[in-house]
Design a protein around this ligand. Structure first.
Ligand code: SAH
Length: 393
């Protein structure tokens, strides 16, 4: 018997439709549940509808484990981890790729848990108290499924909303090397799992890197927000006459981008520019520079709803500059990873940017997050990355 959470009348509908979040405002009564406990969620008549974990400190008071009456124990975690891994066996070509998202939280039935694999290193992010409290059992599950070196990168802001502070360090096995070498679609990359962004690499862009490399057969490409050169390596490896200018505000990531190009024998075709994209793109415009193709893959400009307008101005600004910098027939791959910005809204912003730049353009591809970051149909919030490939006329 688990403690009970009783919902207010009529608040059960989204839960019955398998949305995995229950907001505190939907709850009428909490019966003996402590923060982090597994709880039974009941409708206002007291009927069981779901089982999840509770945290009174979070706006998202319950995250649902299951809609069945099943025990939440080691074997439950084991089954969920195993099912997600089995799905990746189908999604990932393991002969050419050894870095992928193994567990994508809510979308894989483990709310609050991210597990990424980088060759023989597994990196986890525990985003919630419910996961934090079950860490040992979950790590045991990962170990049983072959993860021997597990590193934790729970240094994310969302933990604050759960009343948790940042945790980073070895959970199992050996300390990872300063640079872990991975293979992605046959290309080699060095990943800094200890200090890099997210868990070290933007795995969610894997399929888009490949798609953009297929479409961009251009001579001179500007890769804005280049990070460690993901797009640059794909482009240079695919096309022997392509040169890529990698622009990023961080010196350290550009050093790694240079090493990644070298590792794939393309170093002579990379250029590196350190600076603020908003400033550097204006400089290029003022100097009358132009490019055959441009990639814009900025950080999240809209982290919260209150920053929506400021963020949208940011997206519009860089896209406007990019449209101005493209040669006729030039290609733009432009992305937004802000969950608060829908695909339709993003397309509208890109349209406004093109209008203000006085350019007509066609959309030739619409992009999303890679398939190992699945979007749960009953949980549209799990869709966050969208991209457009545009051809200017
Ligand atoms: N395209 C990359 C991921 C980009 S992540 C890949 O596929 O791996 C976003 C990058 O933008 C980070 O490297 C960060 O250092 C950089 N960045 C953030 N703000 C910036 C700014 N104002 N100007 C230039 N770079 C910026």
């Amino acid at each position: 018997m688990y403690p009970k959470i009783i919902l207010k009348p009529h608040k059960e509908k989204p839960v019955l439709a398998h949305h995995p979040w229950i907001f505190s405002g939907a709850i009428a009564r909490v019966e003996n549940a402590h923060d982090g406990d597994t709880v039974d969620v009941c409708d206002s008549a007291g009927k069981f509808i779901a089982r999840g974990y509770y945290n009174s400190q979070s706006q998202i008071a319950v995250r649902v484990w299951t809609w069945d009456d099943e025990p939440i124990d080691r074997t439950f975690f084991q089954r969920r981890l195993q099912a997600a891994l089995a799905a990746r066996t189908m999604l990932i070509n393991h002969t050419t790729t050894n870095a992928y998202r193994w567990m994508n939280a809510e979308s894989d039935g483990m709310p609050g848990l991210i597990v990424d694999r980088y060759a023989d290193v597994v990196v986890v992010q525990c985003l919630t108290l419910g996961i934090e409290k079950r860490k040992t059992e979950i790590m045991d599950g990962l170990t049983e499924l072959g993860a021997h070196n597990i590193y934790e990168r729970s240094d994310v802001d969302v933990r604050e909303k759960e009343g948790l502070s940042a945790v980073v360090g070895v959970l199992r096995g050996e300390e990872p090397a300063e640079r872990v070498e991975i293979v992605e679609n046959g290309l080699r990359f060095l990943v800094d799992v200890k200090r890099g962004h997210k868990t070290g690499f933007y795995l969610d862009q894997r399929e888009n890197r490949q798609k953009v490399a297929e479409l961009f057969r251009a001579a001179e490409i500007l890769n804005v927000f280049a990070y460690t050169g993901g797009f640059a390596v794909y482009l240079c490896a695919a096309h022997p006459n392509t040169r890529v200018i990698n622009l990023d505000a961080s010196h350290d990531v550009l050093e790694l981008a240079r090493e990644n190009l070298r590792l794939n024998r393309c170093e002579d075709r990379g250029e590196f520019a350190e600076g603020d994209a908003f400033y550097v793109l204006r400089q290029y415009r003022d100097r009358g520079r132009s490019f055959d193709a441009i990639i814009l893959d900025p950080p999240k400009f809209v982290p919260t709803q209150s920053q929506l307008n400021a963020g949208l101005r940011g997206y519009k600004d860089i896209n406007l500059l990019a449209f101005k910098l493209l040669k006729p027939g030039g290609l733009l791959a432009t992305f937004s990873c802000s969950g608060q910005v829908s695909a339709a809204l993003f397309q509208k912003v890109v349209f406004e940017a093109a209008t203000d730049a006085k350019r007509d353009a066609q959309i030739i591809a619409k992009l999303s997050q890679s398939s190992d970051h699945p979007i749960l149909l009953s949980f549209p919030e799990s869709e966050y990355l969208k991209g457009l490939v545009c051809r200017v006329l």
